[in-house]
Design a protein around this ligand. Structure first.
Ligand SMILES: Nc1ncnc2c1ncn2[C@@H]1O[C@H](COP(=O)(O)OP(=O)(O)OP(=O)(O)O)[C@@H](O)[C@H]1O
Length: 753
């Protein structure tokens, strides 16, 4: 009961915060005269932009009275207006209205400097920006010590109960000045507006390369003033560390301590990091720390008094202590990735060892040895929708007839069917160097490490659920980590809903706007770019087979290479990056490979990637967090060229790779390559259709460019399926929690296996 009341109160508090800032009905609003992000567009999977999206190019700062320059659309090239939506055809020269819209010809009507089309909230934000700007001249004349004193004074006022919104102008002006002095980066006006939106609990959509890391310092600083901690949740340890260390001089100039949580950290180090004014870490670690604290408090019988409600009990002397100190504000970086993709995975802490461990291990091994003997259709079928493997009656007969030792024989028959179904799935779908790698751990024992589909990085410590991880261990003939029971669990969604103040940043929230609003009540705001984007999209190219596609890619690399422009080629998996690398070597094209197998050289490769004539083949590792700086002469040559060799399951990941070029208004171009045997066709259109297309591709002479739309359709289908899965999970979790509360259980600790 208490639990439920607390959650309702947290929810209520967030709604009150929204009311206080004038946000009654959560909705996606146009930013400074931009049109709203249409739900219809999102539904159609088209993302934002060109169709209904008049883009205001250029930020406030770069916007004098006149509109920014417009650039005509060159036939065969699409000018990227920032939405990366490659399915929108080039505007027809015969429809001036369309091309006008496309190149932003309607700027005048929607200029941020006219009152037309601007909501009251936008007007209010602009007034705040003016207040901040007015303080700038004074702050510039003061020395570092006075800045720190001002910061301290703000802290006292916040602690004394003064509203943070009243402290915002001075607080933000201080952060901007500290950024200018400590990092030589003065927050642009558009970043200040993004910061105000974040303070008011929005998800700010900022294009890749527009400086989310710096923008985050604004709300993080302001919320840290009340002394209850401010969290920044990133997608991986690498980004948490990179961002915190990068921004540290700014915070320190204002007397704000910075803590970093990394997966291997011990409890005592975590407690220190959470004790800092701002704490950077991954959503996963925040979730596990919340659960561990909760388990500890229950063991100490303190849960009722200290933990319920805000998720943290604060410090008190002696013995084992909780590490977190409450949940006041969380800023979620890559909001759609964490709040939507990761929301599907519950975080689980295991309990005691299973007594039937040996039997389980033996059965995994037995199933793995026999997996290859099972034939599709004859012994098993695959459900196209659920992707479940199910044995046919002949398959079950075969299982019964297989040789078994004593341990396996004592396992129930229904269980044996499941073990075989799982192993067959693993045998057919989970490939070494694609979804996972085998690595020795710190004790020298080989283990499976997942390659994160979204980031291309190794997801240390993460495991597949439902026995898949163990079935892969059996397949690779390494030690099998038998799953333990559950001691505690929480979904990422539940975790973030516990924060009374929640905000997010992302490069690509628009396609998930409706979902974010529905689940987290966070409106999505689009922040315009500081300088007009100059990234060019070249038309897609479609080939019959992967080989033909890679040959064409290599040719394009060769050609661009002779112009001296750097090229970045993105592949979907490690093994594909290796194949492409081999082809480039055969053509004597000098290049570097960046994948999860050579993390050690990452900084070196990235720092060189923007150089004259550089070629880099990379997995998604070259996605978020990779800031490739162009060499001086490269900009005049046309900037970096990005080649995407396949579509990912989520369009957002493709956009992240594209976002490596044309950053901060630099020139750049990109092209999507596709082939009729691409994985996306199988996952989106089903195995039968994919097989037909593959066969067609094998006999195809020449190009299949006409099929380009098919790939986007497949991608949208996969995205919709994932959306449905998330909704089902959300529903089940809600029902489970409700039921458990009714019988007086703790939904996070009293977890069913
Ligand atoms: N106000 C500023 N002044 C000068 N440089 C800036 C400013 N804001 C951002 N930058 C620069 O822009 C680049 C991109 O910043 P950052 O990596 O934070 O972008 P991002 O939005 O997080 O991009 P991505 O999503 O692609 O990782 C960095 O090199 C940073 O130094």
């Amino acid at each position: 009961m208490r639990e439920k009341t607390d959650e309702l109160m947290t929810e209520k508090k967030r709604e009150e915060n929204a009311m206080a800032t004038g946000e009654t009905e959560p909705k996606i609003e146009p930013f400074l005269g931009m049109p709203p992000v249409g739900d219809e567009l999102n539904e159609a999977g088209n993302g934002l932009g060109n169709q209904g999206g008049l883009q205001v190019q250029g930020g406030l700062e770069s916007l004098p009275e006149s509109s920014p320059p417009t650039k005509p659309v060159v036939q065969g090239e699409l000018v990227d207006s920032g939405d990366f939506n490659p399915i929108i055809p080039p505007p027809s020269p015969s429809s001036p209205a369309t091309s006008d819209r496309h190149i932003g010809g309607n700027h005048k009507a929607l200029s941020p400097f006219s009152r037309q089309g601007i909501s009251p909230r936008m007007m209010r934000w602009r007034r705040k920006l003016n207040q901040i700007n007015e303080l700038e001249a004074t702050l510039k004349t003061e020395d570092d010590l006075s800045l720190r004193k001002r910061s301290l004074a703000l802290r006292y006022r916040a602690m004394a109960g003064e509203k943070l919104s009243a402290l915002l102008p001075e607080g933000y002006a201080l952060v901007r000045e500290a950024g200018r002095r400590a990092l030589s980066m003065r927050h642009y006006d558009v970043q200040m507006i993004g910061g105000i939106a974040l303070f008011e609990g929005c998800i700010a959509e900022m294009q890749t390369g527009e400086g989310k890391t710096l923008t985050a310092t604004l709300p993080m600083y302001l919320h840290s003033l009340v002394g209850k901690g401010a969290h920044l949740a990133t997608v991986n340890d690498y980004l948490a560390k990179r961002d915190a260390e990068w921004m540290k001089p700014l915070y320190e100039m204002l007397g704000v301590s910075v803590g970093i949580i990394q997966t291997p950290d011990e409890q005592k180090d975590r407690r220190v990091a959470y004790g800092c004014a701002v704490t950077y870490g991954t959503a996963k670690e925040f979730g596990f720390d919340f659960l561990r604290d909760r388990l500890l408090l229950r063991a100490q019988n303190r849960l009722q008094t200290e933990m319920l409600g805000d998720g943290g009990g604060g410090f008190s002397g002696g013995g084992d202590e909780v590490v977190m100190r409450g949940m006041h504000f969380c800023l979620v970086d890559e909001a759609d990735s964490i709040l939507i993709d990761e929301a599907r995975t519950p975080l689980i802490i295991g309990s005691i060892e299973d007594t039937v461990r040996d039997q389980i291990v033996e059965t995994y091994r037995w199933a793995s040895i026999h997996a290859a003997e099972f034939e599709l259709d004859e012994h098993f079928e695959i459900d196209d929708d659920t992707k479940q493997y199910e044995l046919t009656s002949r398959g079950r007969q075969k299982v019964r007839a297989l040789p078994k030792n004593d341990l396996v024989r004592t396992m129930g028959l229904v269980d044996l069917y499941e073990y075989i179904e799982r192993s067959v799935k693993v045998y057919r779908e989970f490939l070494l160097d694609r979804q996972y790698v085998v690595r020795p751990n710190e004790k020298g024992i080989d283990e499976i490490v997942i390659v994160d589909e979204f980031t291309g990085r190794l997801a240390e410590g993460r495991k597949w659920r439902d026995g898949i991880h163990q079935a892969i261990e059996a397949k690779e003939e390494i030690e099998i980590s038998v799953p333990t029971g559950q001691a505690a669990r929480i979904t990422v969604q539940d975790l973030f809903l516990r924060f009374p103040n929640l905000a997010g940043m992302t490069g690509t929230a628009a396609t998930s706007a409706r979902e974010l609003r529905r689940i987290y009540r966070t409106p999505v705001i689009r922040v315009p770019t500081n300088r007009p984007p100059k990234r060019k999209r070249l038309p897609d190219r479609v080939f019959g087979t992967m080989l033909a596609k890679y040959e064409a890619v290599a040719k394009e690399v060769q050609q661009i290479n002779t112009e001296g422009r750097p090229v970045l080629i993105g592949t979907r998996s490690i093994d594909k990056s290796v194949i492409l690398s081999r082809m480039l070597t055969e053509l004597e094209i000098e290049h570097q490979v960046l994948n999860a197998n050579n993390v050690a050289k990452e900084a070196e490769i990235v720092s060189a990637a923007g150089g004259n004539g550089k070629v880099t083949v990379a997995t998604n590792m070259a996605g978020r967090g990779t800031d490739i700086k162009l060499a001086d002469d490269v900009e005049q040559l046309g900037g970096m060229h990005v080649i995407c060799t396949e579509l990912h399951d989520a369009a957002r990941i493709d956009r992240q790779l594209i976002g490596r070029c044309g950053r901060q208004g630099d020139r750049g171009s990109y092209r999507q390559y596709l082939s009729l045997d691409d994985d996306i066709l199988k996952s989106g259109l089903g195995p039968d259709k994919a097989e037909r297309l593959k066969n067609k591709g094998e006999v195809l002479q020449g190009s299949a460019d006409k099929q380009a739309n098919l790939f986007r359709k497949a991608q949208r289908k996969v995205e919709r399926k994932h959306f449905r899965d998330r909704m089902v999970l959300m529903h089940h979790e809600k029902e489970r929690k409700k039921m458990q509360r009714e019988i007086g259980q703790d939904p996070y600790l009293d977890t069913p296996d």
